[in-house]
Design a protein around this ligand. Structure first.
Ligand SMILES: *Cc1c(COP(=O)(O)O)cnc(C)c1O
Length: 365
């Protein structure tokens, strides 16, 4: 028996996460000029990094010989000022991926289970499996979360229910009132991890006050990220808001310096760059209209999306994905999400959206 065979079976069974293809990789593979490639595969902000975040990082470069603040005081203070939550309710992470895993590591173990929806974010099954717990996948309803079925799927050994709102890759959304009813009806000893990676992209009439629910529902964990509207995906920084006891457990299992100095400073600055956030939001609204109209003109059906991406149905999606690559356009195949007949495209700059639609037309011809 080899050393690797001795790793726990649940570790050996992990199917690695499939990220969006980096532009440099496609350039190498196809001999393309990297600057000619557009990547609409990872729901990044097409406007780049917030200018305030850039300035904060530049001011910090000379201090990089020092370890970061392991408690992330300044970023916690910025979050606290912004959202009215105490520091002891905040867990900072190396991306929100990190805090999702911290929740799983703190509350799951072999013999326990976690519930999530079919077509939900791929990190949930990964985090559950890495903790040795059992994942319970609940069939989607119209590609979105079927909250009634998810509540019914909770077993005595269930410790976490994951909900992504809006969901990635489907872009579906559950109204806040339904969500709160769902949380209120769950047993108090089941943690609800509410992943709000795209919440800043919600239209004002769809926004809801999940942070206000924290005091009523001590089993609620809200996770958010600086990777999407804040434009800091490459830095890896996100956070969770939870009851103090839950946050304490999650903080105990994190690495002491899981968020680096640049990320801490950039995130605190980006959080308050209102102008950049508004421009990003507005660009996304216009781009969503542009892409949805273009898909319609090509006769393709899409799933109405509340995020900064849209998923559409296309005949022979795998072949269309490859043809788009040859045309220098990277989108995201989502067969691994149980959706082999769909592709997901992130909303880019107007010119990028136009190039994507043009390439898609060629790829379909
Ligand atoms: C992008 C995304 C995240 C954020 O990932 P980071 O690790 O913060 O970059 C979390 N949840 C969902 C649903 C996402 O799509």
């Amino acid at each position: 028996m080899s050393l690797c065979d001795l790793a726990p079976g649940y570790i050996q069974a992990i199917a690695p996460y499939q990220p969006g293809k980096p532009t440099a990789e496609l350039a190498r593979e196809l001999g393309l000029d990297e600057t000619s490639i557009i990547k609409l595969a990872s729901n990044e902000n097409p406007l780049g990094v917030s200018p305030k975040a850039l300035a904060a990082m530049r001011a910090l470069l000379d201090g990089l010989a020092r370890y970061p603040d392991g408690n992330g005081f300044e970023l916690k203070q910025a979050l606290s000022d912004r959202f009215g939550v105490e520091h002891n309710r905040i867990v900072l992470g190396n991306g929100s991926n990190d805090v999702l895993e911290l929740a799983a590591r703190a509350f799951l173990a072999p013999g326990l289970s976690a519930v999530y929806a079919q077509h939900a974010f791929a990190v949930y099954p990964l985090a559950v499996q890495a903790a040795g717990a059992q994942g319970i996948e609940v069939p989607a309803k119209d590609y979105g979360h079927d909250l009634a079925a998810m509540a019914a799927a909770v077993r005595p050994d269930t410790r976490i229910v994951f909900v992504a709102n809006p969901n990635n890759p489907t872009g579906t959304f559950v109204p806040g009132a339904e969500l709160e009813k769902f949380i209120a009806a769950l047993p108090q000893d089941v943690l609800v991890v509410l992943d709000e990676a795209y919440t800043e992209y919600l239209r004002p009439d769809f926004r809801y006050d999940s942070i206000g629910w924290l005091k009523k529902h001590p089993n609620l964990v809200i996770t958010r990220t600086f990777s999407k509207v804040y434009g800091l995906a490459g830095l890896r920084v996100g956070y969770a808001l939870a009851a103090p006891g839950v946050a304490d457990l999650m903080n105990r299992v994190r690495q002491p310096f899981n968020v680096n100095s640049l990320s801490l400073a950039a995130a605190a600055a980006a959080l308050n760059d209102e102008d950049f956030i508004r421009r990003s939001y507005e660009l996304n609204c216009r781009g969503m209209d542009q892409v949805v109209a273009g898909l319609g003109q090509l006769g393709l059906k899409h799933i109405p999306s509340y995020g900064n991406f849209v998923t559409f149905e296309v005949p022979d999606a795998a072949a269309v994905f490859r043809r788009l690559l040859q045309l220098g356009v990277i989108v995201r195949p989502i067969a691994a999400y149980g959706m082999p007949g769909h592709l997901r495209v992130s909303i880019g700059l107007e010119s990028e959206n136009a190039r994507f639609l043009d390439a898609l037309k060629q790829a379909l011809a």
